[in-house]
Write a protein that binds this ligand. Structure first.
Ligand SMILES: [Zn+2]
Length: 241
């Protein structure tokens, strides 16, 4: 998370806004995604109105293209998440009207309405929005996030790499994995991918990616923060800026 935050600072001017995501919650999101492999999951997320972004952190990650009031609840940390659907890339976005309201009203207190932010996973595909994702995002009041996971054995869905867009990877191991665009691999060919973890399903995890975007297509910079609201690697980030 510290190296991801470092990348976020270094590329801050490519983004129109920032959003702070609680690191413990992010660990849960990865865990849920891994437990659901090879399915995609759709996760609804909410902010904590008692946890605004810390001003000094907001200032450090502030872009020269910063847009005020870009999305709902801008300036507040994401601290709550619920899995609302599981399926393939076509079915996962399709939710019956008001379905989530009834399902989560009991444990979501007075704010039982729609979730502010959404995240879905891309099993064996980079975290880059598809056209269907851009369409689905039009209903989102906050931001949409995509968590991309590269794993093996790949099953019927081999790593799909042929997508244009900015990738945001986790961990030094992951960044060393060279992308081989549009190169057909022979069945059974050794790929020598590094393994950064093993999923509960037994899948080997080679890469984790995370991005956030606004429905207008503008990129939103994700900052992973601890329980104090400070980014992982904060001391180091302060030194370089
Ligand atoms: Zn998608």
């Amino acid at each position: 998370m510290a190296s991801y935050n470092l990348d976020s600072v270094n590329s801050k001017d490519s983004y129109a806004a920032q959003i702070h995501l609680n690191g413990d919650l992010f660990e849960n999101l990865i865990w849920w995604a891994l437990q659901s492999l090879p399915d995609e999951i759709l996760v609804g997320m909410d902010i904590d109105s008692n946890s605004p972004h810390l001003l000094e952190v907001e200032n450090l990650f502030r872009s020269n293209q910063h847009v005020d009031g870009l999305f709902q609840s801008q300036g507040y940390q994401i601290k709550e998440a619920h899995i609302v659907n599981r399926g393939n890339s076509f079915s996962v976005h399709h939710l019956p009207e008001d379905w989530t309201d009834d399902m989560f009203s009991s444990n979501r207190g007075s704010r039982a309405g729609r979730f502010t932010h959404w995240l879905h996973t891309h099993p064996n595909a980079p975290a880059i929005p598809s056209e269907a994702d851009a369409d689905a995002a039009q209903e989102t009041q906050g931001v949409d996030m995509i968590l991309g996971l590269r794993f093996s054995p790949e099953g019927p869905m081999p790593w799909f790499n042929d997508v244009e867009g900015t990738r945001r990877r986790f961990g030094e191991e992951a960044t060393q994995v060279k992308s081989t665009t549009s190169k057909r691999r022979k069945f059974g060919a050794r790929q020598n991918l590094s393994v950064i973890g093993i999923a509960p399903s037994g899948h080997k995890i080679h890469e984790i990616q995370l991005i956030a975007f606004h429905k207008t297509g503008l990129g939103v910079n994700v900052v992973l923060v601890d329980s104090e609201g400070l980014p992982y690697g904060w001391d180091n980030l302060n030194k370089i800026s």
